[in-house]
Design a protein around this ligand. Sequence first.
Ligand code: NAD
Ligand code: TYD
Length: 344
Amino acid sequence: MRNILVTGGAGFIGSNFVYYMLSRYDDCRLVVYDKLTYAGNLDNLLPVQDDPRYTFVRGDICDRADVEAAVRAHAIDTIVNFAAETHVDRSIMDPDAFIQTSVYGTYVLLEVARAFGLERYHQISTDEVYGHVPAGRSSREEDKVDPRSPYAASKASADLLVNAYHVTYGLPITITRGSNNIGPYQYPEKVVPLFATNAIDHLPLPVYGDGRQMREYQHVRDHCEAIDLVLRRGQVGEVYNVGTGVEVENLAMVEILLDALDRPRSLIRHVTDRPGHDRRYSLDIHKIMALGWEPGHTPEEAIAETARWYRDNEWWWRKIKSGAFREYYEAQYGERLRTAAPLP
Ligand code: NAD
Ligand code: TYD
């Protein structure tokens, strides 16, 4: 029996990880510990809410007493930390919560893991810690971190702390650095769910700059499978990249998405670019593949499948997009879209 504290488990990847683990193993217990920020959503966990192996605890990872109480009450042996502020554009608008949660919050979790002698602390990190990657190269785990947005810097800082706790205190840690995840229950501020839900409503798709930036769009289920593998077979103290090995230009992603939803290219709007926008991420995934993992979806399958999930699950996203999201959308896109030229 493994008792896992899934911090940030009411968000996109964390909730998918909870399903994945409950559907794969009979003998594990998952305790979601989540602050329920704007991105946390108990609707994401509706399919497991009656499962006796699942428990929800509302709490902040920055609150040591609350984290300790959860670890003690549920006899936790493993922490998998998904909790973070996660949207680059919001980190540019207001970085404060990013630093608080990813730097101080990760430190608190590490302290608790050390005090309780946990069997494993696993940190969910990102390809963004490597910064922009020039054409012809892919980031390897031993490359230096070179983050360029407040979000990426907060995540890289967390990775450094996690590694320091391993080296200094012998804490049994592992780190996975995932690429851009897509799939069910992703808050519609990220590009794929934002564009899918806009396209469903025949609204414009605000493509930053020339749209030639490259990302590895990965199905969230593949990422969850890799995290589980690293928990079981990963070497303590090691970092594992988890991507697709195939980078896709944003405009190509948009075309796949529009085709899947049967919407025209005329919805595309090129708008003012994001400041400091990293043009390319690319991961070398040989190390995780050597553990016996490979991506289960091509990027095309992942993008099209995801677009169709949003088409078929309006109950999930319509209430999000009608709330405080509207203010965010106006601040982020209002002026950009008013001054954007449509496609010729
Ligand atoms: P998300 O924004 O959907 O969810 C984050 C969750 O963390 C939310 O449920 C939120 O309520 C919770 N949270 C935030 N601050 C908290 C705090 N102080 N205490 C407790 N809970 C808190 O994010 P996501 O896309 O699911 O990302 C999960 C993790 O994966 C993050 O660490 C992110 O950096 C990393 N990651 C994401 C991607 C991606 O493409 N989405 C790619 C690679 C890595
Ligand atoms: P995003 O989903 O924000 O992930 P990240 O910046 O963490 O990779 O964005 C993915 C790509 O899509 C990135 O190159 C920025 C671009 N993008 C747009 O062109 N328009 C948008 O409205 C958003 C949110 C992103």
